[in-house]
Write a protein that binds this ligand. Sequence first.
Ligand code: ZN
Length: 184
Amino acid sequence: MALESKISAYTQDYQQWVCTACGYNMIGEMPEVCPFCRARDDKFVSWEEAEQTYRVTPHQVNDCVTQLISVPRLGLEHAAYRIETNDGAVWIDCPSAFNRDLEPVEAIYFTHKDFMGASNQYRELWDALVYLHVNDAEHPLAEQFTVDKKIYGDFTEHGIEAFYIGGHTPGLHYLHLWQGLVYL
Ligand SMILES: [Zn+2]
């Protein structure tokens, strides 16, 4: 499907809400409270309003890595990174705001389930593959989000080594190592 027609699918009857207290994205009917932080619905904005209000802004970390931060800050603003690997560009975690004009990536690797961001929208826009640990994918906070690759343990893809640390750190399940730097 062409990019334009994919985007237009979001302009008609498509509902998604973003909690401005934490950044969690709620797909479908608006709930009364945020499933993640329990903020009331007066803290919610539609995904379209979020796209207009928040700019996902790259900050250069090194030649191949940028950190993606919303301006203004959106919720808890968990760090997401873009890495230009030899096998294509990927994200580690995902911004909460959907900005359709960002540079595409091939894959989105999640460190944990709590900040799925607008990954469902980026996935659809770019045909990006979403990776999440199998236990997290079944968690209520993540179950509305499509996961293409449910991962089990350590893995290496796009030259990124991912180490499963779920047994040690509640809420954080992966460390991603690329060119000697750790992303979490
Ligand atoms: Zn929230």
